[in-house]
Design a protein around this ligand. Structure first.
Ligand code: ZN
Length: 115
């Protein structure tokens, strides 16, 4: 009888676990963690990067596309974070990178957090 009860409990808990995993994924998407492995690759504004970098904001203005010369304000900026697994293995990286919208080339990247 206990085995039957255990199987029934398992069958009831399985959909609940699946539902919770789905909710966790949706919450991560809303937080900007767009990928299920916990990594982030989210477009942000130049002003957001300037505000986040604070004391190093002048360094951001020195970034410009080497091919066409577009300056920092005209570049597309992205916030990146490596996967949860990389952080568990002490190889996590987080920061910003910029791409030239004309050349579609990565101009530069800045690591702000690492472990
Ligand atoms: Zn360019």
């Amino acid at each position: 009888m206990q085995q039957v009860f255990g199987v029934l409990l398992g069958l009831l808990l399985l959909p609940l676990v699946i539902l919770l995993r789905g909710l966790t994924f949706i919450i991560r998407m809303l937080e900007g963690k767009l990928f299920s492995d916990g990594s982030i690759d989210k477009k942000v504004t130049y002003e957001f990067v300037k505000a986040d970098m604070q004391y190093f904001s002048q360094e951001i203005d020195s970034h410009r596309c080497l091919k066409c010369g577009v300056e920092a304000q005209g570049l597309s900026w992205y916030h990146f974070r490596s996967s949860d697994a990389s952080w568990r293995h002490l190889a996590g990286r987080e920061g910003f990178y910029s791409k030239c919208p004309k050349c579609n080339a990565t101009v530069n990247s800045i690591v702000t957090v690492m472990n």
